[in-house]
Design a binder for this molecule. Structure first.
Ligand code: HEM
Length: 117
């Protein structure tokens, strides 16, 4: 009986400790991308290379550096838009044809914020 009480006591406090640990981890974990951040065109302009490429498309800011090597067109097509307002590039691909809905859908995962008005 004494052993059972002891086991129950240990089990109870272990579960409390686990709950507290999980809660602490959840609240301290920084968001991987803070899509609520607001950036000025000046800040965005600093990210103007293939390795560090931010673009503004229809008011939202995207860090497309990770996608850059996977983009189907040659880098020279995309790189002039890095650090800039790139809605026109996205809408025209440089020759007057919009990207597919699939391409537009991909943008979501690269969103890091919104353009400062
Ligand atoms: C903003 C500047 C951009 C320019 C100038 C540009 C241009 C192009 C070009 C020339 C092609 C190949 C030709 C074609 O498919 O018709 C292409 C294809 C593609 N691009 Fe871009 N692109 C840009 C940004 C992006 C971004 C930000 C994404 C996604 C995150 C993306 C995703 C794709 C995909 C998935 C394709 C395959 C065809 C399609 O789905 O429309 N592009 N792009």
């Amino acid at each position: 009986m004494k052993k059972l009480c002891y086991s129950a006591f240990i089990a109870f406090w272990s579960s409390i400790a686990t709950l507290l640990a999980v809660q602490a981890m959840a609240t301290n974990e920084p968001a991987p991308t803070d899509s609520a951040s607001v950036y000025s065109l000046e800040e965005i302009a600093a990210h103007n290379s293939e390795a560090d490429c931010w673009v503004v498309i229809e008011g939202a800011v995207y860090d497309i550096s990770a996608y850059f090597p996977n983009h189907p067109a040659p880098p020279a097509v995309l790189s002039p838009w890095c650090g800039k307002e790139a809605t026109e590039g996205m809408r025209t691909k440089g020759y007057g044809r919009d990207h597919s809905p699939a391409a537009w859908g991909m943008l979501d995962s690269y969103r890091i914020g919104t353009l400062k008005e």
